[in-house]
Design a protein around this ligand. Structure first.
Ligand SMILES: [Zn+2]
Ligand SMILES: [Zn+2]
Length: 458
């Protein structure tokens, strides 16, 4: 089995792995890099130019896993695109939204390479998409290559508990098997239940390492973190301040909305409108629609009914009075430029009555990361378009991660019993922690950290 890391960066970057086994080719994920712009944000597809890729697998609909799918398919026009059924309902919305964002960035930031693909192209490739239920064997090799009497390789999706429609993928070849975790969460979130990776065994494991750089502090619990969030919300609202919770539109937004709905139901938060973005609303409706098909808690909790959700019109947002103690759950999670969260943060951060709550990962080199690092009263460069700003608002961080803690992932390695582990989707420090721990606990397992563009024979 040959595996090539197509991520152009050594950090989380743009997920994409090329797997060659038994004369077949499989591309695992086709992401874009959240921090890079234009063609630099793409995986290194040029390295797979002469490869015959039978199928492209998408583990979930976050941009770092799916954002460059139309570009990948230019390279592999005959490939089928396989994904979990629940992602199938989401993927076209995500790609069309990407076209809109890239088009806006072309105009407003002058990135001439954008958009990297068009609405027409998304519509043209959509018939190639196929959605599958979890825990079914799927033949993924091109039909013309599989002959009668030969065993064709299969794959199987396992619920990863990270976002709606997220999966780990087990690839079974003639002699060898491979498991790719995608992004995985081994604890229950407010809506989604934890990953169901029970019984997974594989010769080769490709693993995400997002949380490798931080352990779980003693005494930490998600319940206590939610209690603290509830108390902070009440405090800010009482002083007539507004609260901004920057969130990804898919997954994080719905988890936060569910949390707010439960707090209101329990009487811990006064019922009031919650302002969200247009894309956040689309995915919230899909979460509601698919509530009984997903492996989740509170299946009867319909967010759209339980909350008074108001889609924030960007024009209105500019003029809206913030003294009315509003709650905003807006994209983007890292407050990248030209997003609702970026613009709202700029308006809020100079006023000590308001508060911004970070509930997910922010890269230090994004506007969100810089704001998070700023001390009270610090003047700092927020972004190129936003310029300098002074932080006077309250900043809080809550650890409500949708990624597995490192100890849980380490235990998972022990259960899979692979011969080789490939580490990806994490900073150098995070991968190093895993490399050392796996070596100490399971000295027989080979640990590889393939550099961008490097192929490993496993
Ligand atoms: Zn993700
Ligand atoms: Zn990811």
């Amino acid at each position: 089995m040959r595996i090539t890391n197509l991520n152009p960066d050594s950090g989380i970057g743009a997920s994409s792995w090329l797997v060659e086994t038994d004369g077949h080719g499989l591309l695992l994920d086709a992401g874009t890099h959240p921090k890079r712009e234009g063609r630099d944000s793409l995986p290194l597809y040029g390295l797979a130019k002469n490869k015959d890729v039978d199928s492209v697998v998408i583990t979930h609909c976050h941009h770092d896993h799916v954002g460059s799918l139309p570009v990948a398919l230019r390279q592999f026009p005959k490939a089928h695109v396989l994904m979990p059924e629940l992602s199938y309902f989401i993927v076209e919305r995500v790609l069309h939204n990407s076209v809109n964002v890239m088009t806006r960035q072309r105009e407003e930031l002058g990135i001439r390479e954008y958009p990297l693909y068009t609405h027409d192209e998304v519509d043209e490739i959509a018939p190639l998409f196929q959605g599958f239920k979890y825990n079914r064997q799927i033949e993924w090799a091109a039909f013309h290559k599989t002959r009668a009497g030969h065993i064709s390789p299969t794959l199987e999706f396992f619920d990863a508990g990270h976002t709606l429609g997220s999966a780990g993928v087990l690839v079974r070849g003639k002699k060898e098997s491979l498991f790719y975790t995608g992004d995985v969460c081994f604890h229950d979130q407010t809506i989604l239940r934890s990953a169901r990776f029970e019984g997974v065994r594989a010769d080769v494991l490709i693993m995400e390492t997002t949380r490798g750089g931080r352990g779980v502090p003693a005494g930490f619990s998600r319940e206590k973190e939610i209690e603290r969030l509830s108390a902070c919300l009440q405090r800010v609202i009482q002083r007539k301040g507004s609260v901004l919770i920057p969130s990804f539109a898919l997954g994080r937004t719905q988890e936060i909305l569910a949390l707010l709905a439960l707090l209101m139901r329990e009487g811990k938060l006064k019922p009031q409108p919650v302002y969200i973005g247009g894309l956040g609303r689309v995915f919230t409706e899909i979460y509601d629609l698919e509530s009984h098909r997903a492996h989740r808690q509170h299946p009867n909790l319909q967010l759209n009914e339980a909350l008074n959700l108001v889609v924030l019109d960007p024009k209105k947002a500019e003029k809206m009075k913030l003294s009315g103690a509003h709650i905003f759950v807006l994209t983007a999670g890292m407050m990248s430029e030209k997003t609702a969260a970026h613009d709202m943060a700029l308006r809020m951060m100079g006023d000590p009555r308001h508060a911004i709550f970070f509930v997910g990962y922010t890269d230090p080199e994004t506007p969100g990361g810089r704001l998070r690092a700023a001390k009270d009263g610090d003047t700092f460069v927020f972004s190129a378009t936003g310029g300098e700003a002074t932080r006077k608002c309250e900043i809080q961080e809550f650890d409500l991660t949708a990624h597995a803690n490192r100890e849980e992932l380490l235990d998972f390695v022990g259960r899979v019993e692979p011969r080789t582990v490939l580490l990806g989707h994490g900073e150098a420090e995070a991968r190093q922690w895993f490399a050392e721990q796996i070596h100490a606990r399971h000295p027989k397992i080979k640990v590889v950290q393939p550099e961008p563009g490097k192929t490993v024979e496993v």
